[in-house]
Each structure stands twice: as C-alpha cells, then as structure tokens.
Design a protein around this ligand. Structure first.
Ligand code: MN
Length: 325
C-alpha cells in the first residue's frame, strides 16, 4: 500500500509528549483517502490530527469490504515496516528484492524497508469479489532504520483461543505468546475474532499505549461502543482490556512502548528531517537507492511535489494530558 495522495503533508510524529500516560478512551476519526485512479477508498486513522502514533505504529489504512481491485504501482519506502493484513480477498506483493508473494486472510506480509525498498501491490487475476483489509506501518527506531531491506511471509501465526474468542498474534507478543515476525521495538499487533456475545479480558502491558479498530461487527471496548470507522485510542497504564462483542466481530489491537524519537513522515518515507526526505524523494525520482520492481504491468509511481511550507512540529496533545492540568 502506498500513500497515493496527490499533495501529502509532511508530518512530525513521535515523542513522549504525544502519549497519554493513563487510560483514556478517545475516538480518532479517520479521513477518507482515494487510492489511485480507480477510486479505491481507504479510511486513514493514523497519523491523526490528535494522535500521530501508537507506540511505533505510525500509519493505519482500513479498506473495504468492497468489490474492488487494488492496483498500487511500484513505490519506495524508507525507515519503516509495512504490515499487510486481510480479512477478505487476496493481494499480490512484488518488491525490489525479487519477492513475489500473495497474502490471504490470516497470513502476514511484513516488509521491512529499512534503508530502502520499492514494492507494488495488486489484486491477482481472477480475484475474489470482496477485498477487505488493513495496511499498517511501523516506524523503525534509530539504530535499525538503515537495516537492509527484507521481506517476510508468515502463513501460520500463533492463535490463542478461549470460548468464543480467538486472538491471532500478528506482531510482538501477547500474554506470553509471540509472533515469529521480526519487530524492532516493543510492540503488539493482534487480531481478535469474537463470536456473537463473546466477552474477554485481554492482558495488556501497562507500559504500552494501545488503540483498537473494529474491522467488522461491533465491540464494547473498555465500556466504549466501537463500530467500524474510528480508531479508539486507549492511552497507557492498562493491565487488561475488556472486550464484549455484539454480533460476530473482528477487532485489531495495536500498541507498543511510546516511541521516544520524533520522526518525519512524508508520502511513503519515514526519516528524521525535512532534508533527508527531500533526498529520498530525489533518489526515487532519479532511479537510485530503491532498486526495481520486476513484473508489475505498469510504470512506477512518481513522487508528488514536496510541500513548500517549512516543516514545523505541531501541537497535538490535549492540555489536560501534558501534566499541566
Ligand atoms: Mn507501500
């Protein structure tokens, strides 16, 4: 998945001030972003005006369920991992390392961009009618952000089941059960599938901040009714999380240790300064650094122009959560 906006803004994210150091329930409403010329619409809840990151998670797009084809031409990434997770359908991934890998529901495609990678994503020929999924990005911390690019496909992730509830650990670990996927900072990404009326208490790390997204159905999350759409930011300081499903439901939980560094995000790049982003953009546009994606029927995606306004960190934390209330 690519950020295909025509005029993406440059976002400064991360840092301790953005973290609620206690449990909160904040609904973060996304904005609808049209991907590509075929008009596939995604709901982007991270980065959000009010909360830029949740742990190292810095980008969440939710799309479908919809009868649509994905077609995202080759584009670059730096300084992040992309996490592709499907509820329905199939997506074919190609990258400049030569990977060619379909991903299906219950499987993880994890691409670590590190220093540089390019990839494409498309619906395969003869696709199923319904496409439904999420794409998330994880920011890499400074010591690892220039790591050599690599790609992982995990078809069998650990699943913890209780009555009416099954939890797939996508990234990190939950309740002592760890995903085989490589992560670079303490975090959790999990899918919780709930039967109608199922109730569970998920064990959480109180030093993590967390957020929840309902993929379908309706779930009461720590007393807040959550429908598909907004991301529910939960703050930190929780040792468990009560989930209670209405109809059969699917929920995505993300969380992690607060990401101490400030990052700069623009288009498909994560860097540390405006100047670095400018350099990444120039290298992509001149065919350097990122390599070539072979086999995609179409041209690579050109980078949009950089915004002309100077980069400025933005205030984003309600005053009552900065400790000054
Ligand atoms: Mn991408």
């Amino acid at each position: 998945m690519s950020n295909l906006e025509l005029a993406p803004s440059e976002d400064v994210c991360g840092g301790r001030l953005a973290v609620a150091e206690r449990p909160v329930e904040e609904f973060l409403y996304g904005r609808e972003v049209v991907l590509g010329t075929r008009g596939m619409v995604v709901t982007r809840t991270l980065p959000n005006r009010d909360r830029r990151m949740v742990g190292a998670w810095c980008f969440i797009d939710h799309y479908g369920p919809e009868d649509t084809a994905m077609r995202v031409p080759p584009h670059p990434h730096t300084g992040l991992q992309t996490v592709s997770w499907l509820v329905d359908g199939e997506i074919l991934h190609r990258d400049s390392l030569g990977s060619l890998q379909p991903v299906r529901p219950g499987q993880l495609n994890l691409m670590t961009a590190g220093r540089a990678i390019a990839h494409s994503e498309e619906s395969p020929a003869g696709r199923a009618p319904t496409l439904h999924g999420v794409q998330l990005w994880v920011a890499l911390p400074e010591p690892d952000r220039d790591v050599a690019a690599h790609f992982e496909h995990h078809p069998d992730l650990p699943v913890v089941s209780h009555t009416g509830v099954s939890v797939t650990v996508i990234m990190g670990s939950l309740d002592g059960v760890g995903s085989p996927a490589q992560s670079y900072s303490p975090l959790i990404g999990a899918q919780v599938a709930l039967d109608a009326g199922a109730v569970t208490d998920l064990p959480l790390r109180p030093d993590f901040e967390h957020a929840a997204l309902v993929l379908f159905g309706q779930v009461d999350v720590a007393g807040s009714r959550l429908d598909p759409g907004p991301l529910l930011y939960l703050g930190s300081g929780r040792s468990d999380l009560r989930l209670a499903a209405g109809p059969p439901s699917r929920l995505l939980l993300v969380g992690g240790a607060p990401f101490d560094e400030q990052i700069v995000m623009w288009w498909n790049f994560v860097g540390r300064s405006h100047e670095e982003i400018v350099r990444f953009r120039e290298e992509w546009m001149s065919g350097r650094r990122f390599g070539e994606v072979k086999g995609y029927a179409g041209d690579p995606l050109p980078a949009p122009p950089m915004p002309t306004t100077p980069l400025k960190p933005r205030g984003r934390v309600p005053r009552t959560e900065t400790g000054v209330d």
